[in-house]
Design a protein around this ligand. Structure first.
Ligand code: CA
Length: 85
């Protein structure tokens, strides 16, 4: 059996990823949560964005992204408030 990578571990993604422009650079990021409690933001090149993943408890629902209070900052919501850009 061939080992694909040395630092990999298994996690489930229970919901669809969310696509949004977190840093307002005109390029979309993919944001997703895992069963191990990691929330990843992946850039248009497939790289994890600096400052991510963020860790919390197991994530079963889809991550929501938006500027809900119209202050110009895009925020990421995962059951509770998490992070603004
Ligand atoms: Ca972006």
């Amino acid at each position: 059996m061939t080992k694909v990578c040395n630092n990999c571990y298994s996690a489930y993604i229970y919901s669809s990823p969310t696509v949004a422009d977190l840093d307002n650079d005109g390029k979309l990021e993919v944001i997703l949560g895992t069963s191990l409690g990691f929330i990843y933001a992946i850039d248009h090149k497939g790289d994890v964005k600096p400052g991510w993943p963020v860790t919390m408890a197991e994530i079963q629902g889809q991550v929501a992204v938006g500027d809900v209070n119209d202050d110009g900052q895009v925020c990421v919501y995962v059951n509770v408030f998490l992070m603004c850009s």
